[in-house]
Design a protein around this ligand. Structure first.
Ligand code: DSN
Length: 422
């Protein structure tokens, strides 16, 4: 793909930054990217992100802005909203949140007062910081109670969810997280929320693309509001949105603007709209199906190599691996894998005796490798490489050999949005 005049201008004006962008492009091209919250966006999403829409201020909403010159932005944001509603079958959508945490903060601002009780999944058990974890503003400005997974199954303890909710009477209940490898029973959460008269918010950031692709149950029929980032399985730009019941539209919109944010990032809104259009195409369904099939294949392969997966496997795009039986920490393994060209992140596992900055596990997933067309046989090769590196993390010769093999494999699977050829 010809990068065009804008790229040539960047090279001429700021070669240092241009070279760093090229270096990142090569890195993304030549490595196996397994961080489950990352992906490769299309050229179309990249083009919208890098457009003149970044020049425009648009505080407010379509038809009611605080700046003139919205002849283009109003229909553009409306189109993004309509596409979001249509894709997720929702009554209302807002595409302005800057990212996932601000989208979640809008839910707090809409429904809670400082000191009110929120219930979310504990971070070390797979939840997100913004679901009431103690170091987050959501755990400092609100009273937070947290649920966990069961030690015997690694899955959400729905009895505990109900018990805590009945005892603590939260005003807001979150489902969803960052390290949840299994399907969440959104209907069960909605039932608990109804019993205690709480707002039920689902954070679908990790699984939004799987929901859009029809391979994961949707929380939309059950939740008062569903937040999501747009850059994970959904494969759009870095940004966020939420969909909700119409009855909550006004209070949620006001929480985003003027409650939390100023002008929306219009270039991101355009790129979100592009991604939502892509996600409505038949090919996206095939991608979503393949993401899950690949994750299951990689999980089966790793289990066959005596890796211990939290919950024993996966239903979605994500695997959480406890390395305790491999006698290596998550951090040592993740760094050795990165040196060899396999990128993932170290992660706490439920009931982890180790600290978050040096935990027992690694977290990995299949969205990026699936976006570049890899399938089951490539997952088996990746499983073998992971096994070899985890077994011998300090073997530099092995790492160098695997890095070479990975670069070769990557050349056979060109990644979306990558232009660099040297
Ligand atoms: N940082 C995101 C993730 O990697 O899952 C969540 O915020």
């Amino acid at each position: 793909m010809n990068r065009g005049d804008a790229w040539e201008a960047l090279r001429a004006h700021d070669p240092e930054i241009a070279d760093l962008i090229l270096a990142e492009e090569r890195r993304e091209r030549d490595s196996i990217r397994l961080i489950p919250s990352e992906n490769y966006v299309s050229y179309a999403v990249l083009a919208a992100t890098g457009s003149v829409l970044t020049n425009k201020y648009s505080e407010g909403y379509a038809g009611k802005r605080y700046y003139e010159g919205q002849q283009v932005i109003d229909p553009l944001e409306t189109l993004a909203i309509e596409r979001a509603k249509s894709l997720f079958g929702a009554e209302h959508a807002n595409v302005q949140p800057y990212s996932g945490s601000p989208a979640n903060l809008a839910v707090y601002l809409a429904f809670l007062k400082p000191g009110d009780t929120v219930m979310g999944m504990s971070l070390p058990h797979g939840g997100h910081l913004s679901h009431g974890w103690n170091v987050s503003i959501t755990g400092k400005f609100f009273r937070s109670v947290q649920y966990a997974v069961r030690a015997d199954t690694g899955r959400i303890d729905y009895d505990q969810v109900r018990d805590i909710a009945k005892r603590e009477r939260p005003k807001l209940i979150w489902a969803g997280g960052t390290a949840v490898p299994r399907i969440i029973d959104f209907e069960a959460f909605a039932e608990v929320a109804r019993e205690v008269d709480a707002i039920f918010a689902a954070d679908a950031a990790h699984i939004a693309g799987l929901i859009a692709g029809g391979v994961h149950p949707s929380p939309v029929p059950y939740a008062d509001v569903v937040t999501t980032t747009t850059h994970k399985t959904l494969r759009g730009p870095r940004g966020a949105m939420f969909v909700s019941k119409e009855e909550h539209a006004s209070v949620l919109d006001r929480a985003v603007f003027p409650g939390l944010q100023g002008g929306p990032h219009n270039h991101t809104t355009a790129a979100i709209a592009v991604a939502l259009k892509e996600a409505a195409q038949p090919e996206f369904k095939e991608y979503a199906r393949a993401v899950v099939a690949n994750a299951k294949a990689l999980a089966d392969d790793l289990v066959g190599r005596d890796f211990e997966l939290v919950s024993g496997g996966t239903d979605n795009h994500l695997l959480l691996v406890d390395l305790t039986n491999k006698n290596v920490t998550g951090k040592i393994a993740a760094k050795a894998l990165d040196r060899a060209g396999i990128e993932l992140n170290y992660n706490t596992v439920p009931f982890d005796p180790r600290k978050p900055f040096d935990p027992s596990g690694i977290r990995l997933g299949t969205p990026s490798v699936t976006s570049r067309g890899m399938g089951i046989s490539e997952m088996v090769r990746i499983g073998e490489w992971i096994d070899q590196i985890v077994t011998s993390p300090n073997d530099e010769e092995l790492g160098a050999r695997i890095k070479h093999e990975i670069a070769e494999l990557c050349r056979a699977f060109p990644a979306p949005g990558i232009s660099v050829t040297d």
